[in-house]
Design a protein around this ligand. Structure first.
Ligand code: PGA
Length: 254
């Protein structure tokens, strides 16, 4: 944890969830009581099809976000969604540069930066994801990859209250594998130093999330790692009980 920073626990439903799944959000809202609200921010990033419904019918306390946006405001881009459209649903955040976007859709860091700028322009809190593959880790290139992705993907003038960086080792996503606390600490210290060096106070106060197989059973250990200011949670955000179990680790700490 970074002193003075309010943690953020963000869920990412990926391509999961129909209207019938919105009850899970109600359960999350019910568990996110006023004590928890004072101690941590809760966000759930939903498929675009559910954003308006969730933002209109959900609890104001549980923030709603999208999982990707186009770089442009509008235009001839069949099937794409702009940041302004996400904002128009009532959602207040967006993830950009998730490794599944980088891999499945060939998104470069340059594209991710443009998406981050688009998200900020539309008034969305923007979560920029970075992380190394297994091969890069084994080759000892983790920090070089993080540096490359940070310098390519970060918007030019980020503010700590509207930009979040998520470190997600690709090999830890959906696999049940988690780096050691020391490895997470090294990556987050490297990110903090880089961001502070580049963006000064804003970089120093920016929230840095860890993502990749976060579960209630390992959240307590991750919470204690310096410069880990929350979690980006995939699979375990699909069940209210698991997601609230992860939030509880942050709730107990502060
Ligand atoms: P996971 O996904 O928690 O299912 O590993 C994390 C993510 O992709 O954000």
């Amino acid at each position: 944890m970074t002193p003075g920073v309010k943690p953020l626990v963000a869920g990412n439903w990926k391509m999961n969830g129909l209207r019938a799944s919105l009850g899970v959000l109600e359960e999350m809202a019910a568990g996110y009581n006023s004590v928890m609200q004072a101690r941590l921010d809760m966000l759930v990033c939903l498929p675009h099809t559910l954003l308006a419904l969730a933002a209109e019918s959900g609890s104001e306390a549980v923030k709603i976000g999208g999982q990707d946006c186009h770089t442009g405001e509008s235009g001839a881009h069949t099937g794409d969604i702009s940041a302004a459209m996400i904002r128009d649903t009532g959602a207040t955040a967006v993830i950009v540069g998730h490794s599944e976007r980088r891999t499945d859709h060939g998104e470069s860091s340059q594209t991710v930066k443009q998406k981050a700028e688009a998200g900020l322009e539309a008034g969305l809190m923007t979560i920029v994801c970075i992380g190394e593959t297994q091969g890069e880790r084994e080759a000892g290139e983790t920090l070089a990859v993080l540096e490359n992705q940070l310098s390519g993907s970060m918007p030019d003038d980020p503010k700590a209250d509207s930009v979040v960086v998520a470190y997600e080792p690709v090999w830890a996503i959906g696999t049940g594998l988690v780096p050691s606390s020391d490895d997470v600490a090294d990556a987050h210290k490297f990110m903090r130093d880089w961001l502070t060096n580049r963006f000064g106070n804003e970089g120093e106060a920016m929230r840095l999330l860890y993502g990749g197989s976060v579960k209630p059973s390992n959240a307590g250990e991750l919470v204690a790692v310096p410069n880990v200011d929350g979690a980006l949670v995939g699979g375990a955000s699909l069940k209210a009980e698991d997601f609230l179990g992860i939030c509880a680790a942050y709730n107990n700490l502060t």
